[in-house]
Design a protein around this ligand. Structure first.
Ligand code: FDM
Length: 211
């Protein structure tokens, strides 16, 4: 079985606006990699299964109110509480496909007006992904797709600000994928890039930390 040879898994993050197609693409990537025999797990943040995650979930569904700084730190704590398990999985050869990570943390909170550097600070020292895939879609296109639920951030005006924050966060290592293509076209592009990274990590590329 692949992964039993001491090689590590790849840490792959998908980012993008709400309705950019991240979640569907993540599950397709999972089946693709599993089909090739690479041990793979699908993760997402916020991870609503923990007690911190439940506080976040209550906030998102407007069942509770929290100060912007407080919710920001909870999102970060939710990543920290998962970080050692994440590292163990990667080191034991499991590839992690992760739907949102620290980039969502900074993009959404700074879109509310919080200081950009302050937003980045609690993420310092978390594991850095091997690859960030950004599904690029305009806020208007995303809204046209419909299906915004009733959650707190699912409004066009706010998504426009989030798009600007993502723009400020982008670095040259990100792979930007045009999210307006068909699901199949997007998936084909993602598969190629992801497989390259899975192979590079198996060959022993070192894990690093944010930022
Ligand atoms: N979100 C997500 C944040 O504001 N900060 C974060 O750190 C993370 C991981 O939570 F609107 C926002 C982004 C999104 C909401 O995410 C819930 P999902 O992917 O819709 O569950």
């Amino acid at each position: 079985k692949v992964g039993d040879d001491g090689s590590r898994g790849a840490f792959i993050v998908l980012e993008g606006l709400d309705r950019s197609g991240k979640t569907s693409q993540c599950s397709k990537l999972l089946s693709y990699l599993e089909g090739l025999g690479h041990p793979t797990e699908l993760w997402r943040f916020p991870d609503r299964s923990t007690s911190i995650g439940q506080m976040i979930s209550a906030y998102l569904s407007n069942q509770s109110q929290l100060d912007d700084h407080t919710i920001h730190l909870l999102y970060s704590a939710n990543r920290w509480e998962k970080s050692s398990l994440m590292e163990t999985k990667l080191k034991s050869g499991t590839t992690l496909i992760v739907d949102r990570y620290s980039y969502s943390g900074v993009a959404f909170s700074s879109a509310k007006g919080l200081d950009f550097e302050w937003c980045k600070a609690p993420e310092i020292g978390l594991l850095a992904p091997d690859l960030v895939l950004y599904l690029d879609i305009t806020p208007e296109k995303a809204a046209e797709r419909g299906g915004y639920g009733g959650e707190r951030y699912e409004k066009l005006e706010f998504q426009k600000k989030v798009a600007e924050s993502y723009q400020a966060l982008r670095d040259p290592s990100w792979k930007i994928i045009d999210g307006c293509q068909s699901m199949e076209e997007v998936q084909k592009l993602l598969q190629e890039i992801v497989l390259d990274h899975v192979i590079a990590c198996k060959k022993g590329r070192a894990l690093s930390h944010l930022w």
